[in-house]
Design a protein around this ligand. Structure first.
Ligand SMILES: Cc1ncc(COP(=O)(O)O)c(C=O)c1O
Length: 362
């Protein structure tokens, strides 16, 4: 079986259910079709003192997009190799209207912000935590957070899914329904399920086209729309404990199996309690793209989080630049078990003997 890439959807649950309770841990929530939609909705809710946002320099360009579309001035702060924010590069900024921070890959990499968040708050900045990658981790969040946003659709097979939450205040929820994005992704997810079960190659092209179509719609109009009812039902039906457990088990299997493979440097040494990993992120040498290609020739698809957005200069953010150039995300999600992880380990282990690939590594 192939490993990685988009999820799929086996069952279309039609039963109408209430909103998933597990999202309530973030406060009053509104579910949107996408993370971008959640940010756009947030920007309708707030009136910051300055129309500016300070974002981490290690970020997905889709987070920058809604701020730019809404006329915000975007500045960035650097991120260390261990993915913690470089505090001095936060303090260099004046007139911050919105401050956005996040933990990466499930880990509380943003846990060093306590003091600086206090300072920002005292100068009236609105504090947002992007919990896309730490959605199922249960560590304590900052009391100073004014809002949470997330792209939920990154964690399971959902036609659509974003979240805006406020720990204290109500959020106005009169969002229009989305007509196209969720429908296209639903078709893609169902076709992918058919492909996974029947292994008919012709289906692959069809669902890949549909997934790209969905992404195009989002990048053209990152507006807030209400989540579709099927996605709502799926979110409600998900077994959170099972999801967390299987990701942790898979992560540990990879950690043990990849330990000792010289060209792989894990981003994190250990998994602290209450952490639910999103991927098993590693740093590779300058042959990352070839290694990634070899994996994909074995139907193991490892995403890169992320391509460096054009707004972030490689010269000004040298730490972030190195992360963008070297990081690779190995899937460890709930679709898979130890057998799949062992297959990844064995393919990577074989690459170590491939001198053309590994020789010349730093
Ligand atoms: C950390 C993070 N936040 C927000 C988003 C935006 O989510 P969406 O693609 O659902 O608009 C992304 C997208 O990749 C992301 O990686």
């Amino acid at each position: 079986m192939e490993i990685g890439s988009e999820f799929w959807l086996d069952d279309v649950l039609t039963e109408q259910k209430r909103e998933a309770q597990w999202v309530r841990k973030f406060g009053n929530t509104v579910l949107t079709t996408s993370g971008r939609g959640a940010i756009s909705l947030l920007l309708q809710e707030v009136n910051p003192r300055f129309k500016s946002v300070l974002l981490p320099a290690y970020i997905c360009d889709s987070v920058i997009l809604p701020f730019q579309k809404n006329g915000y001035h975007c500045s960035f702060y650097d991120v260390n190799k261990d993915l913690s924010p470089v505090i001095e590069t936060i303090r260099e900024n004046r007139e911050v209207g919105i401050f956005l921070h996040m933990g990466y890959f499930g880990f509380s990499t943003n846990s060093n912000l306590m003091e600086v968040i206090g300072e920002l708050k005292r100068s009236s900045a609105i504090i947002i935590e992007d919990v896309t990658q730490t959605l199922f981790s249960d560590f304590k969040r900052y009391e100073e957070n004014d809002y949470y946003i997330a792209s939920v659709r990154k964690w399971m097979g959902l036609p659509s899914g974003g979240l805006l939450a406020s720990p204290a205040g109500e959020i106005k929820n009169t969002l229009p329904e989305d007509k196209s994005f969720a429908a296209i992704r639903k078709e893609a997810l169902l076709l992918k399920a058919e492909y996974i079960h029947k292994k008919e190659e012709s289906l692959k092209k069809q669902y890949l086209n549909l997934f790209s179509h969905g992404e195009r719609i989002l990048s053209e109009e990152p507006y807030p729309y209400r989540i579709d009812s099927l996605s709502n039902n799926i979110m409600n039906g998900i077994d959170v404990n099972k999801l967390v457990k299987s990701r942790n088990n898979n992560y540990q299997r990879l950690k043990k199996g990849l330990n000792g493979i010289g060209f792989i440097e894990p981003v994190f040494k250990d998994v602290p309690e209450n952490t639910c990993p999103m991927f098993y992120p590693v740093y590779l040498n300058n042959k990352r793209d070839q290694i990634r290609e070899r994996l994909s020739s074995q139907q193991i698809y490892c995403p890169i989080h992320w391509s460096r957005p054009e707004q972030i200069s490689a010269n000004n953010f040298k730490n972030a630049r190195d992360i963008y150039n070297r990081v690779l995300s190995i899937p460890c999600d709930q679709r898979y078990d130890w057998r799949d992880m062992d297959r990844i380990i064995s393919v990577l282990g074989e690459l170590e003997n491939d001198r053309s690939l590994i020789r010349g590594s730093e």
